[in-house]
Design a protein around this ligand. Structure first.
Ligand code: FAD
Length: 447
């Protein structure tokens, strides 16, 4: 079956451009349909200005409510804290109608459908990357015309489902059980594998947090499917329903797009701050599907005896608004001090290139780049950093990049908003002097 086009068609071509399956073309008198390609997804019907397109079976989609459109405005994803159950406002949820793919699928994975995102929470706080992935997942799900779902595991975490809907999910699969209070590979893996076998998603995205990476690899092993780690771009080939997971390869010299053609689900991990979260829509609601935990405490080999929190005052680089990063060109630890001096005046965090880390001038937690942290501050100072691709992939999405390098041909200038060519030991002290005149106690006081 396929859509039909009446003589009301004015050959504007809007439907041709909209059809994700290339099933429409401009004929001599009106648009025509390639019946074999049409999946009756109804996108053409929605855009046709003269209502010339219709479905042969008018009952399909009847009574379907349009899922509330989600704005695609990027937003800074803040971690969300779980509210105690007593505080959860009992909103009568108008469930978002699942935008199921219409048209019978005949491909070998026709029983697999939907894009899922792992909602990684610790102590009832959702990791920002999970919200960012709901934004990325929304894009994939819309292209495939399937629902976007979060899957959330933990104990007393039901209130977090609200945030999942606000950030783009249509559905949340929830497993709330004391056995899932703290992350453990065995318990989480068992429960996730169980719901995957039951609901058969076609794509699953995980944040590349320590939990996300661990879970993704355990689930991939159990489900005998592929996993692409640390992706920097995600897209989908709609016709073949293939996730296009791109990431730097061969030491960052090429971008590889990796496909998982023979198994499902297709899975990928993405680091924090690589994708953008959607602007949360407070009125958006969805469907919670509760499942039981498939493991019991007595069956587990590991026990969490205590959790020792990191008590260092380290500012999380991926949350910093201003970063002053230093490179090997600063010569030694004493030279690297220049970064701290500038950071102090600006109230900024300090980061570094890998070579500066390897020289022992700063702890490896502060390394920015492919094998370090990905950052997106408002202002990024790159001081005596050459701009190797492995560094650039970790900071190129900063809003303003100010490069200070004595080599006019250094690659860092290619990504810089402002380039200062010269000796950092002369330039940075001058910047500090000038900033001190206008910034007091972290506030701009005199411009
Ligand atoms: P250099 O390349 O030595 O550059 C120093 C720069 O300082 C030069 O451009 C020079 O012109 C300039 N300079 C010197 N003196 C002065 C001065 N007085 N004033 C101003 N400018 C001056 N690197 C990362 O940073 N992060 C990563 O996550 C990372 N991951 C990697 C992963 C792999 C698999 C590999 C192979 C490499 C990785 N690297 C990473 C290393 C990366 O390739 C570069 O070697 C590294 O970024 C270079 O560091 P740098 O720019 O500080 O040093």
């Amino acid at each position: 079956m396929a859509v039909t086009i009446s003589s009301a068609c004015i050959s504007c071509g809007t439907c041709v451009d909209t059809c994700p399956f290339e099933a429409l073309f401009l004929g001599e008198e009106k648009c025509e349909v390639i019946v074999d390609k049409c999946r009756e997804c109804t996108k053409c019907i929605k855009v046709c200005p003269t209502e010339a397109i219709s479905l042969p079976n008018p009952t399909r989609g009847k009574g379907k409510k349009e899922a509330k459109p989600v704005e695609t405005k990027p937003a800074e994803a803040k971690p969300i804290e779980a509210k105690p159950a007593a505080q959860i406002e009992k909103k009568e949820a108008t469930p978002v109608e699942e935008p199921k793919a219409v048209g019978k699928r005949t491909d070998k994975f026709a029983d697999c459908e939907g894009v899922w995102v792992f909602i990684d929470q610790t102590d009832g706080v959702i990791a920002g990357v999970s919200l960012e992935l709901l934004g990325a997942g929304r894009n994939l799900a819309d292209k495939l015309n399937v629902p976007l779902s979060g899957f959330l595991l933990g104990h007393n975490v039901k209130s977090l489902t609200e945030s999942c809907f606000q950030y783009g999910a249509d559905t949340v699969y929830l497993i709330d059980d004391p056995v899932l209070k703290d992350y453990r590979s065995e318990s989480y893996r068992d429960c996730v594998v169980n719901i995957c076998n039951k609901y058969k998603p076609e794509i699953i995205l995980y944040g590349a947090t320590s939990n996300g990476k661990d879970l993704a690899s355990a689930v991939a092993t159990d489900l005998k499917t592929g996993l692409t780690a640390d992706c920097t771009m995600l897209d989908v080939n709609v016709a073949e329903r293939l996730l296009e997971a791109s990431r730097p390869a061969f030491g960052g010299n090429i971008m590889a797009t990796i496909l998982c053609k023979n198994t499902r689900p297709q899975m990928a991990t993405v680091r924090s701050k690589v994708m953008k979260a959607l602007e949360p829509d407070k009125d958006r609601v969805g469907i919670v599907i509760e499942e039981k935990a498939t493991v019991q405490e007595k069956d587990l080999l590991t026990q969490v005896l205590s959790i020792v929190k990191d008590t260092t005052q380290r500012v999380k680089l991926d949350e910093a608004h201003i970063i002053v990063a230093g490179g090997k060109g600063l010569g030694d630890e004493k030279g690297f001090q220049l970064c701290y001096d500038l950071a102090d005046v600006l109230g900024a965090s300090v980061g570094a290139s890998r070579d500066a880390v390897e020289a022992g001038w700063i702890d490896h937690h502060y390394q920015i780049g492919q094998t370090g942290v990905t950052v997106t501050p408002k202002i990024y100072f790159a001081i005596a950093i050459s701009g190797a691709v492995q560094h650039v992939v970790g900071m190129q999405n900063s809003e303003f990049i100010i490069a200070i390098n004595k080599d006019p041909d250094a690659a860092i200038h290619n990504v810089a908003t402002y380039s200062i060519v010269g000796d950092a030991f002369q330039i940075v002290p001058k910047l500090i002097e000038e900033f001190k005149k206008v910034i007091k106690g972290g506030e701009v006081v005199n411009v």
